[in-house]
Design a protein around this ligand. Structure first.
Ligand code: SAH
Ligand code: SF4
Ligand code: F3S
Length: 449
């Protein structure tokens, strides 16, 4: 078999797209290699959410150029959001590239490779698919690998929200959902091959089923449907937009034991003026109201969020509002970013009024606040037993496995080698906490009476 080297930047959607390309290429005779030097084909699935993600891509390609010079038969492809955004400018900047593809072209990866082989001419494929419905056709035959215990399932692609800072609606196009039956089939298939936890995935999962489907189904009904599939032990979803989050979804948390008590609900800022300029279309009071409702139905719900600091016009006071809000909510974890202007987005037209130094300082402040909060929340697990789905080997010395508890904390597990295995759910007594990780011992398994 020929060898393909795949590298991925960006979000879970990109990881899922890379997995899909691996699968399609496997069916046309390519096996994944972890060594660039052995590859006949190198694909870099890129992200353009912030400038830093782009810079990393360019420096990676700088390192790939000598491989192409040494071996002109090597095929070099750039896929993903940066490809969509920059298109043929990338071929001008990196003439040693064979092709550039956007995220909607994933299904055509094998044809793209054939086209390079047949014509040898560089090309750009960045069209959006014209279908109303999003479908990921099942591929028959052998598969290169089994899913892990925790498997992602794409339910919706694209985004119609157009937050003023965000490139995603431009790179991923309009929202399109997959038919429920196709999703149920995929979940059954994953469970039959060893998956225990299903994570429903999309830029805005709560918009699922709003348009286009032959059998329309709102998001909460999809949750109930997946929960009925035998073998699904845990269910999660990400990402949610506060405006599309319904009462029915809150009830699903209450009704469905397998829907884990964790919600990632990006707030971005704690200040109403900034939220308005970001076009998040809700106030901080509305967001708080949603959390209050959620907590009243599911008291041990854990929450995480995304925060942007240094958005144009963010004053010291507005930034303090974000700090205060984070303190008030007590998120278990946050993804925190300094605002990065993106070409073509409305916020890019605003004067970038916050100096870099200030952005950096604010970022450090939210990060250290979050650390403190995670540590404090972590302490509440100390000495307690938590249920952990084992997902793989721990990278921490002295711990054998790692997994997650229902509230999505990382858990490192000590125990007797051989008595527990990946895919088991075990009870772990928490002995200490580091950052957003709980560390402890399990007494489950055959070795224990
Ligand atoms: N669809 C998800 C998240 C998409 S991108 C949502 O709406 O919540 C992930 C996160 O990247 C965003 O939540 C935001 O916090 C951050 N982000 C997006 N564009 C950014 C930009 N231009 N600068 C800094 N952070 C950005
Ligand atoms: Fe971007 Fe906003 Fe859509 Fe999230 S909801 S992907 S932040 S435009
Ligand atoms: Fe990046 Fe595209 Fe995801 S811009 S964050 S890879 S949707």
């Amino acid at each position: 078999m020929k060898q393909v080297y795949l590298d991925t930047f960006g979000c879970q959607m990109n990881v899922a797209d890379t997995d899909r390309m691996e699968l399609i290429l496997f069916h046309s005779g390519y096996q994944r290699t972890l060594e660039k030097e052995d590859a006949d084909l190198i694909l870099v699935n890129t992200c353009s959410i912030r400038e830093k993600a782009e810079q990393k891509t360019f420096s990676l390609f700088g390192g790939l150029k000598p491989l192409k010079t040494a071996n002109p038969d090597l095929i070099l492809g750039l896929t993903g959001c940066l490809g969509q955004q920059e298109g043929k400018k990338l071929l001008q900047r990196m003439p040693y590239l064979d092709f550039v593809m956007g995220p909607d072209q994933v299904e055509g990866i094998a044809q793209a490779v054939d086209q390079v082989r047949n014509t040898g001419k560089p090309f750009v494929w960045t069209g959006f698919d014209q279908e109303k419905i999003y479908s990921i056709p099942e591929l028959a035959g052998d598969l290169p690998k089994s899913p892990g215990p925790s498997a992602f399932v794409n339910i919706i692609k694209g985004c119609d929200k157009f937050c003023t800072f965000c490139i995603v609606p431009f790179t991923r196009g309009r929202e399109k959902s997959r038919e429920p039956e196709e999703l149920f089939d995929e979940v059954r298939h994953l469970v039959n091959r060893g998956a225990k936890e299903i994570i429903l995935l999309g830029q805005n999962v709560n918009s699922y089923g709003k348009r286009g489907l032959k059998n329309p189904m709102p998001f909460h009904e999809l949750l109930y449907g997946v929960a009925e599939i035998p073998g699904v032990e845990r269910l999660r979803f990400t990402t949610s937009h506060p405006n599309d989050f319904t009462r029915e979804t809150i009830r699903a948390y209450r009704d469905l034991d397998i829907l884990m008590n964790h919600l990632h609900l990006p707030v971005q800022s704690g200040n109403n003026q900034v939220l308005k300029a970001m076009r998040r279309d809700h106030t901080i009071e509305e967001y708080k109201g949603l959390l209050a409702e959620l907590k009243s139905e599911v008291p041990d719900m854990s929450l995480s969020t995304d925060i942007i600091v240094g958005f144009p016009g963010e004053t010291d006071e507005a930034f303090e509002d974000t700090m205060k809000f984070m303190e008030e909510v007590g998120y278990s974890s946050s993804y925190m970013f300094a605002y990065s202007p993106r070409p073509g987005t409305p916020a890019n037209e605003l004067p970038d009024s916050v100096p870099d130094e200030t952005k950096k300082r604010r970022l450090q402040e939210v990060i250290s606040l979050q650390h403190k909060q995670s540590e404090k929340l972590g302490q509440s697990f100390l000495g307690k037993n938590v249920e952990v789905l084992i997902e793989g080997r721990s990278s921490k010395p002295d711990y054998i496995y790692k997994g997650r508890n229902p509230q999505y904390w990382n858990v490192n597990i000590q125990g007797e080698e051989g008595t527990i295995k990946v895919g088991d759910t075990v009870t772990v007594q928490v002995e200490n906490i580091t950052g957003h990780s709980l560390n402890g011992t399990t007494r489950c398994g055959a070795g224990v009476q």
